[in-house]
Ligand binder design. Structure first.
Ligand code: 2P0
Length: 340
């Protein structure tokens, strides 16, 4: 299975680099790359191809400026790759290590060529805050700088997708749509920036529990596709939501945009709950926060939430309401989405 998986990915690499220039030696001894994380307003949940991360549906996200991952690369001389995440050495039998090294294998010029990979993330790792999205995108940017590849952003988006699906949206700031594509080789499955600025749009992170989640999103989405009776409704829901979200960007309707995002996230979690064994990322505190948000909304505050593969909520509100929101959620981390 591993070999087959690599072959499919390598076909993509060959297409992108047009059969030449790989493998080649890096131009520098050290390099670094930064990629921001992104939060989906219309979620990616389910693959049509697990080897090269092709999604069942398109999705749409907004990037968190300055929140993400910085990857620093340097040559390792002792015959193996070393990974450090936020100052801590990653064990070489962990999932994180194996996935990162697997990705690196696609670009290794020689089998005895190894790297020190030093990753710093300024977001909680694996708590549903898209750490794999910015992690793989930042590794890719660092590799691009190390090898001095001349690739455009669409090509980088396709390469990032090979590491983690949602990483293909972390190539741009602002709103980004990931086109599902229909081709078997995935060359039409990439991110595209939607150039709508929205100064005043703010994201708040309500951290319920920053511990590692019980089931990875990769495993959870596969189980959903395989066993959820509600999954057949998901592509229909996404098609509707995508069209409404794009319309709300055009007419700049905050409640339409974020209301649709909230409904989309709830529907995604409904497909998970109907999987077997069930997948439940809700904690009691998550549900309590939802009720608090709905209550505040009933009282006129424009505030909406979204939830990913973890118990934390991200809320959307407008800058003018920040004081009020902070008063209700004292521990909130506030992130303006469009820095002036
Ligand atoms: C998203 N998530 O659209 C959705 C919503 C989580 C919930 O993309 O297997 O880490 O690496 O392609 O990208 C998380 O899934 O999965 C994700 P892989 P990924 O943001």
């Amino acid at each position: 299975v591993q070999v087959g998986l690599f072959v499919k990915k390598y076909e993509v690499i060959k297409t992108i680099f047009q059969n030449d220039a790989l493998p080649m030696m890096p131009k520098h001894k050290e390099a670094e790359g930064f990629a921001p994380t992104n939060i989906a307003l219309c979620k990616y949940w389910g693959k049509r191809d697990r080897d090269i991360n092709l999604p069942v549906t398109s999705s749409l996200s907004v990037t968190l400026p300055n929140k993400g991952s910085t990857t620093r690369l340097s040559m390792a001389e002792d015959g193996m790759d070393h990974i450090v995440l936020n100052g801590e050495k990653i064990l070489d039998d962990s999932q994180f290590y194996l996935r990162t090294v697997d990705y690196l294998n696609l670009f290794r010029p020689r089998s005895n060529w190894h790297l020190n990979i030093d990753i710093t993330m300024n977001i909680p790792v694996a708590a549903g805050l898209a750490s794999s999205a910015c992690g793989f995108a930042s590794l890719l940017f660092a590799l691009k700088n190390l090898f001095q590849w001349k690739l455009n952003k669409r090509e980088l988006s396709i390469l990032a997708r090979l590491g983690s699906g949602s990483a293909c949206r972390s190539i741009w700031n602002g709103f980004v749509e990931w086109h599902a594509g229909i081709r078997a080789d995935g060359m039409d499955s990439f991110g595209e920036p939607l150039y709508y600025e929205w100064p005043g749009l703010v994201l708040g992170i309500l951290t319920v529990n920053a511990n590692i989640k019980p089931i990875s999103s990769r495993e959870a989405m596969q189980r959903t596709v395989d066993s959820s009776v509600l999954y057949t409704a998901w592509p229909k829901k996404v098609a509707q939501d995508l069209s409404i979200i794009k319309q709300s960007l055009r007419v700049r309707s905050f409640s339409l945009l974020c209301g649709t995002a909230e409904s989309n996230a709830l529907a995604m979690h409904a497909t998970m709950l109907s999987s077997w064994p069930t997948i439940c990322y809700y904690l009691p505190e998550t549900i309590a926060l939802m009720h608090q948000i709905w209550d505040l909304r009933r009282h006129g505050l424009q505030i909406f939430f979204t939830q990913d593969a973890g118990p934390n909520l991200k809320i959307f509100f407008l800058e003018k309401d920040e004081k009020f929101v902070r008063a209700h959620f004292p521990t909130i981390e506030v992130i303006p989405l469009f820095v002036k």
